[in-house]
Design a protein around this ligand. Structure first.
Ligand code: GLY
Length: 263
């Protein structure tokens, strides 16, 4: 079954914004209190952008007790016919994954991580023939190694590396929208980190948030309001759809956080 691991983006599993969204965890981009209604509106615009690129959008109801529940990327990693269900790395988020597993069990074999293994799906990016798995403040060595072992069972390589303390997740300042291409933010990574990649597009540090994109071949969804990155991506042959992400950025969430692709 296709999924995260092969860039098929046929079906996105998403979740309504929590009524307690204003209490979502935030440490990196926070400037003010986020607005719940504006976030709900932005999420609808995001769904429209996914649908315009051909993705079916499945939306589960919000989990009132989890302010971060709409960030489904963190709650599962799809590898072939298996859904790896992690223990989330922040205590206020651990538990969001249970109802995702409940939904996915009708479509995938469920593989839960052992108790000591922590991982957020936001630390996992599929790059061509392998998974890149970051160890971060949310993902520990056991979590990264467990995911790597699952990926190797499916004959997909995994490369584990350290996510710098300057960012929450790997995906916060990094994405791979099309085969061979990495978009990464200056100031967090260095060219030697990605010597294995054919093409690395470096986003200026002050626009680092815009390195998180969703790619459909040469068509890309990016956050609105990042003109330098927009120019760079146009120069590299992408056509662009922009989505307003201001409210989600207040709680350290990016475009990819809002969905996990399951088909
Ligand atoms: N607010 C997103 C996260 O901390 O995971």
């Amino acid at each position: 079954m296709p999924g995260t691991f092969d860039r098929t983006r046929g079906r996105a599993l998403t979740r309504d914004v929590s009524p307690r969204f204003v209490d979502a965890v935030s440490s990196f981009f926070h400037t003010r209190k986020p607005d719940l209604e504006a976030a709900r509106g932005a999420q609808q615009a995001y769904f429209t952008a996914l649908r315009a690129h051909g993705s079916e959008v499945v939306t589960l109801p919000a989990l009132e007790e989890f302010p971060d529940c709409s960030f489904t990327e963190d709650t599962a990693v799809i590898i072939d016919d298996k859904a790896v269900i992690p223990n989330l790395g922040h205590p206020s988020r651990d538990g969001e994954q249970d109802s995702i597993a409940e939904y996915l069990k009708d479509y995938f074999e469920i593989e839960k991580m052992p108790e000591d293994a922590k991982l957020d799906g936001g630390d996992v990016v599929f790059f061509d023939e392998e998974f890149l798995i970051g160890i971060s403040t949310r993902t520990n060595k056991s979590g990264a190694e467990f995911l790597a072992s699952q990926s190797k069972k499916a004959d997909i390589d995994a490369r584990i590396f350290k996510v710098p303390q300057s960012t929450l997740h790997l995906t916060t300042v990094f994405s791979s929208p099309r085969p061979g291409t990495i978009i990464a933010a200056e100031g967090h990574f260095e060219p030697k980190d990605f010597e294995f990649a054919e093409e690395v597009i470096w986003v200026p540090e002050e626009e680092g948030y815009a390195a998180n994109t969703i790619g459909y071949g040469d068509q890309i969804i990016m956050a609105e309001g990042y003109s330098k990155t927009r120019e760079l991506l146009l120069d590299h042959g992408f056509s662009i759809t922009s989505v307003e992400m201001e409210e989600f950025r207040e709680v350290d969430a990016s475009l990819t956080c809002l969905s996990v692709f399951i088909g």
